[in-house]
Design a protein around this ligand. Sequence first.
Ligand code: PMP
Length: 356
Amino acid sequence: MSETSPKLRAELEGIPTYKPGKPAASDGPAAYKLSSNENPYPPLPGVLERVTAAAASFNRYPDMACAALTEELAERFGVPASHVATGTGSVGVAQQLIQATSGPGDEVIYAWRSFEAYPIITQINGARSVQVPLTPGDVHDLDAMAEAITDRTRLIFVCNPNNPTGTVVRRAELERFLDRVPKDVLVVLDEAYREFIRDPEVPDGVELYRERPNVCVLRTFSKAYGLAGLRVGFAIAHEPVAAALRKTAVPFGVSQLAQEAAIASLRAEDELLGRVGSLVCERTRVVDALRAQGWTVPETQANFVWMRLGERTTAFAQACEEHGVVVRPFAGEGVRVTIGEAEANDIFLKVSEAFH
Ligand code: PMP
């Protein structure tokens, strides 16, 4: 058999990749997956019904334009349908945003640590990552991010709340930052966890987008709406940006099942947001318990908590796993723990109590 050329192989092997969260062992006594910030609730019966009905025609391609979903989103947010662009999860839309704006020699700025996809999708498009460290309190350093802007900067991600720390940027500082960003640089407000925010000082990105043509808001159905496995996310952006997203989309990238599920979820929003409310209560319970145990935990506005454990990170993640909960370690830094069902959170809190 002939061999792939060493040069081609080296190039292909150099492509960065994701490290997917470890699945919870299905054969364990009670294996809970608290590693991917998923929604622990099962699909709503009404949503499942609509998806099941759509499954009867999966021999057909989906609606490439996602027209019905786009209309529904436009109405929900009070924006023109031409300002909505759907995609294969919000990570798919984020990848398209870089593809549309940034190539070799261009710079993409984001805080670090933040969502692990940012460096990957930047590199895949040949652009250069400019990572601006979080403050010692694990918050975006927006002044340093503004200072990092050069004439090569094309895109800036602001992850609000930030993954994996759960920390937020508030209205006044975000507005001050946006005032400093040149108008030809696109600012992407990644609001994957928007529905879990309870801090009234955190602005709704959609309001900022209305006033600023260079602001784009990224949202997802994967978290609060519980559709992670169906892969549907969207951006709200001004016409030229949204149009570029439609051009860079993978054709038929959002399945009809996903489109139907997203529409049904928007219509069942009250019930889904009720579930989010319960998760937010659990979050308060978990954070309070961790602090009572003596841990320092940053204020989180997302469906996860961040524990800076440094050298003890791997050992802590292992201890959790031995007790049937899978958390997400970032070696040498800390663990991110999704707020799950009460039983899972209880097990996690028992481990954290014993691990001192
Ligand atoms: N943005 C952030 C900040 C995230 O944490 C995630 C998921 N982990 C995403 C985007 C992507 O989510 P999805 O592709 O499922 O919409």
